[in-house]
Design a protein around this ligand. Structure first.
Ligand code: ATP
Ligand code: MG
Length: 397
């Protein structure tokens, strides 16, 4: 393809797949292509690699974001390719090292060749020596350091020769949608966006559900959740946010259940609604940001009770994680700064001072049923509004 830039994409777990590898590769290809739109891109496949030729009309930042946010990509790099001929390879290397990180002409380096094509007449060591020579000819003050080099020039001999210098990490995992679809309970906190990321990494597409208790929670709280949805949308190949008006059910619970059970009843009601929305949207699981014993509603007893409100699988990818680990991940995926904005989420405002920590399932189930909250939940589902976010994170009308 003319006027294009070539990117090499490294695959990890996908390459280990057996007969269904094609299914995963096709999905990954499509997921990346969706993010390169509306620009032209051409894909070719080699063992453990995909090569994307991307039209130069596509802004580089857009291309980089596409690779950085697509699960299934283990690593990627901009690269140059040429015929499998050592003179051609040396010429390309000379061009490559005019760019950063080699352009400064200083520091230490090494050359690392992978010879997938064993018929190529030179072995990896011989190719490395030739490439080292190219670098030293151009930059005589650079030094070779095989163990701890500042810079590396990579060369792969496959159907053609591929050269690159700056491999970058991708998010790993499996392409989104290969595992089906779930519903994420997205609050404004730190945890749930991280949960979305972790399940996305296992290939699960997710729509988001947010329970909004206006005016007890402000419009700013909803805006914050919308912002979080837009931040996780690229990882999820786009997402839909369902905003459930939850003021009436919350007030009902406050009046019709014992104070120490309020949070549990909110949770149960949320789970019921999430289950219904998931069935409507053909989801197969509910995802939450709960972690064992983080708060009263996340003990084994409490979670077993809320689980019983859904007949779908409830996935809690953070269940065994420490809060600091979750925060580190939230920072890495870029949701932390938004999550810590100070607008409170509805459960915080309606929280009892001394919540029940180890509920008796039979008795709280009876309390939940006897409240007669069903009609209010049905009304909330009916009045739910949806917002769509594209794979680029932007709102779609
Ligand atoms: P934090 O980081 O403060 O723990 P959190 O979002 O995890 O934030 P929790 O009260 O621990 O807050 O809630 C546990 C889980 O329940 C959340 O991760 C989320 O999946 C779900 N949840 C809580 N409140 C809401 C809400 N208003 N709308 C949708 N889901 C919610
Ligand atoms: Mg939490």
């Amino acid at each position: 393809m003319k006027d294009s830039t070539l990117y090499l994409v490294r695959l990890g777990e996908i390459s280990l797949k057996g007969l269904n590898r094609d299914f995963f590769e096709k999905r990954l290809k499509q997921n990346i292509k969706n993010k390169l739109k509306p620009y032209r891109s051409l894909v070719t496949k080699q063992k453990g690699r995909l090569y994307f030729e991307v039209s130069n009309e596509c802004p580089e930042e857009q291309a980089l974001m596409a690779f950085r946010t697509t699960f299934g990509v283990v690593g990627f790099s901009k690269c140059l390719r040429c015929e499998k001929d050592i003179e051609a390879i040396k010429k390309v290397a000379a061009i490559l090292i005019k760019e950063p990180p080699f352009a400064s002409g200083e520091g230490t380096f090494k050359s690392e060749t992978k010879r997938a094509d064993k018929l190529f007449p030179m072995n990896s060591y011989e190719i490395d020596c030739e490439l080292g020579g190219v670098v030293l000819d151009a930059y005589p003050s650079m030094k070779v350091n095989a163990k701890y080099p500042d810079k590396v020039i990579f060369c792969e001999i496959r159907d053609m020769a591929y050269l690159y210098t700056s491999p970058q990490p991708g998010p790993g995992g499996l392409p989104v949608t290969t595992a089906g679809k779930g519903m994420l309970l997205l609050s404004g906190g730190i945890d749930s966006p991280v949960a979305a990321y972790m399940m996305g990494q296992r290939g699960l597409k997710q729509e988001c559900i947010y329970f909004h208790a206006y005016p007890y929670t402000s419009e700013l709280a909803q805006e914050k959740v919308e912002k979080l949805a837009s931040l996780i949308a690229p990882y999820l190949q786009g997402t839909r946010l369902h905003v459930v008006p939850f003021t009436e059910p919350q007030l009902w619970i406050r009046e019709h259940s014992p104070e120490d059970e309020h949070t549990l009843m909110f949770r149960a009601a949320m789970m019921k609604v999430a289950n219904a929305i998931s069935l409507k949207q053909e989801g197969m699981a509910i995802v939450t940001g709960e972690a064992l014993s983080q708060v009263a509603s996340q003990t084994l007893e409490s979670m077993a009770f809320t689980d019983s409100m859904s007949d779908q699988l409830v996935l809690r990818p953070l269940v065994g994680m420490d809060k600091l680990e979750i925060i580190t991940l939230a920072k890495a995926i870029g949701t932390y700064e938004t999550s810590i904005l100070p607008y409170e989420d509805c459960c915080v405002i309606f929280s009892p001072k001394h919540p029940l920590v180890r509920p008796n399932k039979k008795s709280v189930t009876e309390h939940f049923v006897s409240m007669g909250i069903e009609p209010l939940l049905e009304k909330a589902i009916e009045e739910t509004q949806t917002l769509d976010f594209g794979p680029d994170g932007n709102r779609r009308e």
